[in-house]
Design a protein around this ligand. Structure first.
Ligand code: ARG
Length: 549
């Protein structure tokens, strides 16, 4: 079943050398290190068990998160009217859909772990892959974690303390967001097994919640029944397109907020290798899951409009609380707030987990200081293991074994990597807001989505005969590239500060590559060429070399 995907044994030994299965970043040589490895083919041929339905719930569960409960405010503020907002949601969804289809082709053509990092390395050279990893570590991972944590904080504060507190103090929200982050990081440092199981349950609940929101919206709109007798009638009076914004930059900002809700579609290709019949099922999964999510989001938004005045939708990032309160009163607000904050907590847990492994792999690869490529408590862990092996008293032996047992997983986690990620996330939580972070994340993310999908087109021209188990229409990547290029070009005008920040991060990343990591890489390659011998042919290292040239 799908649950087994997250249910891997956190066996972090052996911490194998680069020569063994040297696939790519984000895909450590030991598949057990990678939470998605059971999905992304860490065990490439071994575990071909995913069915169409598994894939479907997986993808839907990855995409539906905080966004549909938090983005509507920013979408509506910037689109200006309900009709324009719905168009934004549809465009964002279709963009995600074309992106996912493009990534699926790449995943089939380049069957290696690591997603964009590998594709970019293969198509444009290793510097591009490094730059992606650099930005994933410094911007994408902590940025998205910060957004989720902030929404977690806002919903939880609303649930427990009440709406006034949220409006009164952004710092209270941030405090709770930080507390959530610290808790999740601590849990993940102690053990990899804690809390990863909730994912499946939420996957289902989120889907049901969105359908529930829609059904309730229709009932409220047709019967006029709701806890607050004053049924919303804005939608009857106001034209759907009254007030539509004429400013293109506003549309871009709205689109970034919508895209946040659809983000995660790039994870689709991680499941490629695990399907029993990837060539048939992967396209089927994408071409049903994305339309389903798009439909769900549009229905949920229609429902928001039917139940709530636009002024309320625009006024906070916690539209679900307003919705629950309008229909069911304080209890409804509480239930929805707890539900969404719980869902965010689960998402935060999952992303903390993957981030730790990403940074860890970057450390191992030599893309980051090697400190980040260490597991657990370093030397002391070895001492504990030794102690466990040689100890005589039953109690100390038991304690030491428990503590040092990779399967129990206590502290056998990439602690340094997760602390770095948590530190960066905290900086984003403290300095950013939902609105600013969503654009910041979107600009950085879509730069790489754009580059990767452009790479697909390059690859079609350069290697037309490459085997592609799944091939999209060429219009798909072209549409994706055009729309994301528009989006990126508008960002400069819409949010110059955030855009500049992203550019700065990339400039630093390029500096690090050309000044340091890349040079060392070149030297290593030189040395390797001299060492190359028949015995090494066919190793993972050779495979990697062949791909990255
Ligand atoms: N779409 C998700 C949400 O609405 C965000 C996914 C974050 N992206 C990621 N790759 N973790 O919350």
């Amino acid at each position: 079943s799908v649950s087994s995907a997250f249910d891997f044994a956190p066996n972090l030994f052996p911490l194998s050398s680069t020569a063994q299965g040297y696939t790519a970043l984000g895909a450590p040589s030991n598949p057990a290190l990678d939470p998605t490895s059971a999905l992304n083919g860490g065990s490439l041929e071994k575990n071909k068990s995913l069915t169409y339905l598994n894939g479907l719930s997986l993808v839907i569960g990855l995409i539906i998160g905080s966004g549909i409960f938090s983005s509507p405010a920013q979408v509506n503020k910037n689109a200006g009217s309900p009709g324009a907002a719905l168009i934004i949601w549809a465009v964002a969804g279709v963009l995600a859909w074309t992106g996912a289809a493009s990534y699926a082709e790449l995943g089939g053509a380049i069957p290696l772990n690591g997603g964009a990092q590998v594709y970019l390395s293969k198509i444009f050279g290793e510097w591009a892959g490094f730059l992606f990893t650099w930005c994933a570590v410094t911007v994408l991972k902590p940025g998205s974690a910060a957004i989720i944590a902030i929404i977690f904080g806002e919903y939880l504060v609303r649930a427990v303390i009440g709406a006034e507190a949220v409006d009164a103090s952004a710092w209270l929200n941030k405090g709770i967001a930080l507390a959530g982050l610290i808790l999740v990081t601590a849990l993940n440092c102690v053990s990899t097994k804690l809390g990863t199981r909730s994912a499946d349950v939420f996957m289902f609940l989120k889907f049901v919640a969105l359908l529930g929101v829609f059904v309730i919206g229709i009932v409220v709109a047709t019967t006029g029944l709701s806890y607050r007798g004053d049924a919303n009638t804005d939608w009857k009076k106001q034209g759907w397109f009254d007030g539509t914004s004429h400013n293109i930059s506003n549309w871009a900002v709205a689109l970034y907020a919508g895209l946040w809700a659809f983000d995660g579609w790039d994870n689709v290709n991680y499941v490629t290798a695990e399907f029993k019949n990837p060539a048939r099922d992967l396209p089927r999964v994408i071409h049903t899951s994305l339309p389903l999510v798009i439909l769900c989001y549009i229905l949920a938004n229609v429902s928001y409009f039917l139940v709530l005045p636009t002024s309320i939708i625009e006024s906070s990032n916690t539209v679900a609380v307003a919705f629950g309160s309008q229909v069911f009163g304080p209890v409804g607000a509480l239930v929805l707030a707890l539900f969404v904050s719980g869902s965010c907590f689960g998402a935060l847990n999952a992303t903390t987990f993957t981030s730790g492994r990403l940074v860890y792999a970057a450390g191992k690869e030599g893309y980051m200081p090697s400190l980040f490529g260490t597991i657990g408590l370093g030397k002391s862990h070895r001492a504990i293991r030794l102690h466990a092996a040689t100890s005589t008293t039953a109690t100390t032996k038991k304690m030491a074994t428990w503590f040092a047992d990779p399967d129990a997983g206590f502290f056998f986690t990439p602690i340094a990597a997760m602390l770095l990620n948590a530190g960066l996330t905290a900086v984003y939580i403290l300095t950013g807001s939902f609105d600013s972070l969503v654009t910041f994340y979107g600009v950085a993310g879509y730069t790489f989505y754009f580059a990767t999908v452009l790479g697909l087109i390059v690859l079609r021209v350069r290697e037309p005969d490459l085997e592609r188990p799944y091939k999209t229409w060429i219009t798909t990547p072209i549409i994706f590239c055009c729309v994301s290029l528009f989006l990126l070009s508008r960002a400069v005008f819409a949010e110059p500060l955030q855009t500049l920040l992203v550019v700065a991060f990339m400039a630093v990343g390029l500096g690090v590559w050309f000044g340091w990591v890349g040079r060392r890489r070149g030297k290593e390659r030189e040395r390797f060429r001299n060492l190359e011998s028949a015995s090494e042919k066919g190793s993972g290292w050779m495979f990697w070399k062949r791909w990255t040239g």
